[in-house]
Ligand binder design. Structure first.
Ligand SMILES: C[S@@+](CC[C@H](N)C(=O)[O-])C[C@H]1O[C@@H](n2cnc3c(N)ncnc32)[C@H](O)[C@@H]1O
Length: 223
């Protein structure tokens, strides 16, 4: 078994395992090659009852990075039913304790029914998790436009056309040395092209590397 950096008690570990299992089971039933465009209502209709959670190994890597950079202000663009958010909140709570400072996870989801389900799941995950999360329901171009604080970390787990708008919304609040992680960057290279062009541009302040996780996972540093 691959080593894991996750520090979590047993009920939470099993709960996470079960959530990832449910997500994968759902995903196996999706006809990925026949989906409508990501910004269409038809696409949202198909995805409304789906977890499409970040893969478990990627969630654990994100948690590991958050502990390493001692992140206490964390933003998640694309919350769905809030599986990855649990990892963010766990790291935030542990960092808050270690650093003796407040911490928060700003999560955002545009579908109210998905946001409601996320809140139920966080309640099941426990008060320590729930208390860390500031859930903003609505379009991220509005929900992330203000009151972020100084951001240490941004997770881009969102339909690709929303990735660059999410980064631009958060950029004024990013601290130097902040980390941005974007999912499925190899699988969805075309969709990410505008984000890559922006981040890779001379003098952008960003440095990007693609990690060979399934579908690709990009790690960007704001220097
Ligand atoms: C890939 S899922 C997120 C999965 C989640 N991070 C997890 O691991 O459990 C992306 C989510 O972004 C939401 N979304 C799409 N467009 C959005 C927008 N403009 N503002 C906020 N959320 C949006 C979708 O409804 C969907 O639930």
């Amino acid at each position: 078994m691959a080593p894991s950096a996750l520090i979590a008690d047993e009920p939470l570990r099993s709960f996470l395992q079960a959530l990832h299992g449910q997500s994968l089971t759902q995903e196996a039933g999706v006809e990925w090659s026949a989906l409508p465009p990501q910004t269409s209502d038809a696409f949202d209709d198909i995805m409304r009852d789906k977890f499409i959670a970040l893969d478990q190994d990627k969630c654990e890597l994100v948690y590991h990075i958050l502990r390493s950079i001692k992140a206490t202000t964390i933003v998640e663009a694309g919350t769905s039913f809030g599986v990855s958010t649990i990892y963010l909140a766990l790291a935030a709570a542990q960092n808050a304790h270690a650093e003796s400072k407040p911490a928060k996870v700003i999560a955002t989801e545009k579908e109210p029914s998905k946001a409601a389900r996320a809140q139920e799941i966080w309640a099941q995950a426990g008060k320590k998790i729930e208390d860390m999360i500031d859930l903003r329901i609505g379009d991220l171009r509005e929900t992330l436009a203000k009151d972020l604080g100084e951001v240490d970390f941004l997770l881009l787990d969102i339909w690709t056309p929303l990735s660059l708008p999410a980064l631009k919304a958060v950029q004024p609040s990013l601290r130097r040395g902040a980390v941005i992680v974007a999912d499925n960057t190899l699988k969805a290279t075309q969709g990410y092209q505008d984000l890559f062009d922006y981040v890779d541009a001379e003098g952008s302040g960003f440095k990007r590397v693609t990690l060979p996780y399934t579908g690709g996972l990009d790690m960007v540093i704001y220097q």
